[in-house]
Write a protein that binds this ligand. Structure first.
Ligand code: GTP
Length: 343
């Protein structure tokens, strides 16, 4: 079976991080995001993957490289989720797996495909259960999994289920016939509601296991904490034992993944954080529940908590940063105090 990964969105909610690094390749624990999806597809013997890209495609290609099992399709204008799938039609030859390029999960793809085939579905939407259904678009099904209704961010009184679209589908080629070529078209807003209205067999498979979409800074950080605190073990093998930075006396780290090319100053403490290549951390620095990209310099006595720090940032001495997202190359002066205001 082939897979299409929808990876052409601009990732606006992850700005400023995605201004220079497109969301499909933002690092998750120092590994480009799509490597996690490609590894999952490899585990289930998916033959070929079509990457539908449009926003900064050359950066995605330079990170993931070329192979005869990976095809890039570049959109000149965004075609939307379904339009992007239609655009990859010439590469497809049957039942296809489609993934949003921003979901991290450990779904059993074999079980999903078997469910799809057993129901002779035209489309199977993988569903995941959430604790707070009111902030999502819900997908309601019968007990045997046939989709009955899509509810977009319902009020409390209208909530009938806790299952949401996980951004992963199994689709039959007939679905391609209802998508116009070269037009912006959406699975969620058009294709699935239209299939349902016309009485076609649309099923929802409630997948057990881990799922998160990394599309907001909060969820991007949470995905790290889930891996670093071992609540989620991804298919990608992370070389924990190689992650041994140059530590000065009294410096230590816990539940953290730090590139071996980093230098950590005396008495600095790092908890539940990932630090990418070539960072230089001063003395007595505290880094807690944060993600630090490559080439970052952090001065003595600075405290960083709940932050994402983009590539090549320079943070001075004795600064305090809390719940702050810094785009690449940001300079923070000595003694600064930064805390993201809650809207
Ligand atoms: P935001 O701007 O923060 O909403 O992020 P996004 O642009 O990635 O949009 P969204 O999270 O809704 O997209 C879900 C998935 O579909 C992501 O993996 C996107 O890359 C992908 N996607 C969204 N729109 C397009 C598109 O027009 N073309 C392609 N190829 N992929 C898309």
């Amino acid at each position: 079976m082939k897979a299409v990964i929808l990876a052409g969105g601009q990732g606006t909610r992850l700005r400023p991080l995605t201004l220079k690094v497109p969301k499909p390749v933002v690092p998750i624990v120092n590994v480009p995001f799509l490597c996690y999806q490609l590894e999952l597809l490899k585990k289930y013997n998916v033959d070929e993957t079509i990457l539908s890209v449009g926003y900064q495609p050359e950066k995605i290609e330079s990170v993931l490289g070329q192979s005869n099992k990976l095809h890039y399709i570049v959109e000149n204008v965004p075609l939307g989720t379904a339009g992007a799938y239609k655009n990859s039609e010439s590469f497809l030859d049957g039942t296809t797996l489609v993934f949003n390029g921003d979901i991290l999960c450990n779904f059993d793809l074999n079980k999903i495909i078997r469910f799809h085939q057993a129901n002779s579905a035209i489309a199977t939407i993988v569903l995941t259960q959430v604790g707070n259904p009111s902030s999502y678009g819900l997908v309601e099904t019968t007990e045997d999994g046939r989709v009955t209704r899509f509810l977009e961010k319902p009020g409390l009184e209208d909530i009938t289920c806790n299952t949401i679209n996980a951004g992963c589908y199994v689709l039959e080629p007939e679905v391609l016939e209802m998508i116009p070529l070269g037009k912006n078209y959406s699975f969620e807003k058009s294709v699935f509601p239209d299939l349902l209205a016309s009485g076609r067999a649309v099923y929802g498979y409630v997948a057990p296991g881990y799922w998160i979409d990394i599309g907001t800074p909060e969820k991007y950080l949470n995905a790290h904490l889930d891996i670093l605190q071992r609540r989620f073990v991804p298919s990608v093998i992370l070389p924990w034992e190689d992650s041994m930075p140059k530590l000065k006396p009294g410096a230590n780290f816990l539940n953290s993944f730090i590139s071996s090319s980093c230098a950590i100053g005396e008495k600095s403490q790092i908890f539940s954080s990932s630090i990418n290549e070539g960072c230089r951390i001063g003395k007595r620095v505290i880094i807690d529940r944060s993600v630090i990209w490559s080439g970052v310099e952090i001065g003595d006595d600075t405290k960083i908590e709940g932050c994402v720090v983009g590539n090549s940032c320079q943070i001075g001495k004795n600064a305090v940063l809390s719940k702050t997202i810094l785009g690449d190359n940001t300079v923070v002066l000595d003694n600064s105090q930064l805390e993201m205001s809650s809207k």
